[in-house]
Write a protein that binds this ligand. Structure first.
Ligand SMILES: Nc1ncnc2c1ncn2[C@@H]1O[C@H](COP(=O)(O)OP(=O)(O)OP(=O)(O)O)[C@@H](O)[C@H]1O
Ligand SMILES: [Mg+2]
Length: 588
């Protein structure tokens, strides 16, 4: 994990080295200052046989002023480089995670939840960033400062330095106990945060569903519970951490008392002078303060370790679909062939979603696909533009295995209107140009006419420049589907796949779309997945899917004659309780 994260420091390596360097410089200057102070008392005030030496005091004062300024500048530079390095790391992590997510195949995406990815990109990166800054600034500074001060104290007076050493050990053990306990609670708090994020993300995203099912109270209650859990854990953690302060105070004042006592004896017996005692007092505060700081760095690091691990997971995830070394860029025609295809979403877990599929589809054919929910219709077509790879067998497009194509070229030639489709925030035109960024306005309008979307778009006050809200919430379900169809048409593909893409469109408009497509792009192979027989019955051939297998494949008449499932669906939809929305007419 650390290696993965460290790789992303990249162009901020220099800042990452300069930070601890300046911090250590600051420590060096700061450590000399108490020594000067001691000397001023010793040689300046008490020197010259008690008469004092003003020149010496002024000289030392001058040196101390310079030291203070140098320490100040080093501190500022250290802090500045620390911020540059840590914010830079944060930026790199976000950028690299994001671009890696973009390269994910569908099966990679299946592994992470959306809210999980968002938490990783936001909170987790912030945690790691803060920890990195702390690490650069304190992890070197504190120990160096402590050791420096300790060595200096030993040089001044071994006896008193020994008191420090004892205090350091005592405080070290105490803080370790506190921190180990606190860490336990804090890491639980972070887990609970994940839960909270997930709840909020899911519910805010699906707020309309929450409202439709009148689940607001229930959801608020859930949130209160999640927030309450975090509160409880935090209180527990803080209850442990709170001991830090008294422990620190106890050690500090205890040490001072001891130093004063021992020091006073030593001064009286002329083993030590007042100046040295003053120096030692300053070091005492220095050493103990740094120890406290170190304990915080330790907590911070252990806490952010979980975040780091979660970030590394995303960064280390390798896309499961790779372009071949010598990809083919051109798709010859729109023929599609499935040869003994087996497929499962989680490879090696036994159950196949698609079993032994053999299909041969000529370029330009219109293929209807019908079958119950979960019969693997969407899974079948997702193999044609290589959203997923088969487990066994081959899928051929234009006579070549899909794995031999450049993925981008293949997906430009095989255009899918996904079942779970989305529009993005932006104008209608922006959304259409997802299909083809270079499309002119005329081409966009042309595509919309084919998809029967031109009527309602032109009726909007701002026409094609109407703003679509994020997720397409300000257009109706059927309108959204038609914009999505137009978007797919703009790719001018050789193969066009509609996955339940007209389910929200009334049957009359549905028929009009099919008719206009048939006339406008006759050479394009079309796959139409639908629940309604009327959407597929005039296709050249129809695939009947059942439990991941092809149950029947033929024309409407053939299937009606010899496929039980098809016949049953047909009768249920054309019988007494048939297609009730037929009468609703075209407008919507
Ligand atoms: N991303 C996925 N990860 C794991 N399993 C999946 C995934 N997508 C679909 N499945 C499973 O694969 C099976 C086939 O699903 P598929 O979406 O292909 O059905 P479908 O025929 O398109 O259904 P519907 O008519 O409801 O759209 C289902 O059992 C489903 O649970
Ligand atoms: Mg489906």
């Amino acid at each position: 994990m650390f290696r993965t994260l460290a790789k992303h420091v990249k162009n901020y390596k220099l800042a990452s080295v300069l930070t601890p360097l300046f911090m250590v410089l600051e420590v060096i200057f700061e450590t000399i200052i108490p020594l000067c102070m001691g000397w001023i008392v010793k040689y300046g005030i008490e020197g010259n046989d008690g008469a004092g030496d003003m020149d010496y005091i002024l000289k030392m004062g001058g040196i101390m002023t310079v030291l203070v300024i140098l320490a100040f500048i080093s501190g500022i530079l250290g802090a500045a480089f620390g911020s540059i390095a840590s914010c830079g790391l944060g930026k790199n992590l976000r950028k690299d995670m994001y671009s890696n997510i973009q390269s994910f195949s569908f099966s990679n995406i299946d592994k992470f939840s959306t809210s999980g990815l968002i938490t990783r990109l936001t909170t987790d990166v912030t945690n790691v960033q803060n920890a990195y800054q702390m690490l650069l600034r304190m992890a070197f500074r504190a120990p160096v400062s402590m050791i420096f001060a300790l060595v200096m104290s030993f040089l001044v007076s071994v006896k008193i330095a020994l008191i420090y050493l004892a205090a350091v050990i005592f405080l070290g053990i105490g803080l370790s106990i506190i921190m180990i306990n606190a860490r336990k609670y804090f890491s639980r708090v972070f887990e609970k945060y994940d839960d909270l994020n997930e709840t909020i993300q899911e519910n805010v995203n699906a707020i309309r569903v929450v409202k439709a099912f009148v689940r607001e109270d229930y959801e608020s209650e859930e949130l209160k519970k999640a927030a309450g859990n975090i509160y409880k854990m935090f209180v527990k953690a803080e209850n442990v951490v709170i001991w830090n302060s008294p422990l620190m105070q106890f050690t500090m004042f205890g040490t001072m008392l001891l130093i004063s006592w021992v020091g006073a004896h030593l001064v009286v017996s002329h083993e030590l002078d007042t100046g040295d005692l003053l120096t030692l007092f300053t070091y005492c505060l220095n050493i103990l303060g740094n120890l406290m700081m170190l304990s915080f760095v330790f907590v911070m690091l252990t806490l952010s370790a979980a975040s780091g691990r979660r970030i590394a997971e995303v960064l280390d995830e390798k896309t499961e679909l790779e372009n071949p070394p010598e990809p083919v860029y051109d798709v010859k025609d729109g023929s599609v062939e499935f040869k003994n295809v087996n497929f499962s979403y989680k490879k090696g877990t036994g159950k196949n979603v698609l079993n032994n599929i053999n299909l041969n589809i000529k370029s330009g054919e219109t293929i209807g696909i019908i079958g119950g929910t979960g019969s693997a219709k969407s899974s079948l077509v997702s193999l044609i533009n290589r959203l997923y790879d088969v487990n066994e067998g081959e899928v051929l497009v234009g006579g070549l295995n899909v794995k031999e194509y450049d993925m981008e070229s293949l997906r430009n030639q095989v255009s899918v209107v996904l079942q779970k489709n989305v529009l993005f925030a932006g104008s209608v035109l922006d959304n259409l140009r997802w299909g083809n960024p270079d499309a002119t306005e005329e081409e966009c309008i042309e595509a919309c006419k084919l998809a029967c979307a031109d009527d309602f778009i032109s009726a909007f006050p701002e026409g094609y420049n109407t703003k679509i809200e994020q997720g397409g919430t300000n257009v109706s379900g059927g309108q959204k589907q038609r914009i999505c169809i137009a978007r797919a048409l703009l790719k001018k593909p050789k193969i066009l796949i509609f996955d339940d893409s007209t389910s929200a469109v009334d049957t009359a408009t549905d028929a009009r779309i099919r008719k206009s497509l048939k006339e406008a792009i006759p050479g394009t192979t079309r796959f139409i997945i639908a629940q309604r027989i009327s959407s597929v019955q005039d296709a050249d051939r129809i695939i009947v899917m059942e439990n991941g297998e092809v149950n029947g494949f033929g024309t409407h008449d053939e299937l009606l004659a010899n496929n039980a499932i098809y016949k049953e669906v047909f009768e249920s939809q054309t019988g007494a309780n048939a297609d009730f929305d037929e009468s609703k007419g075209g407008a919507n």
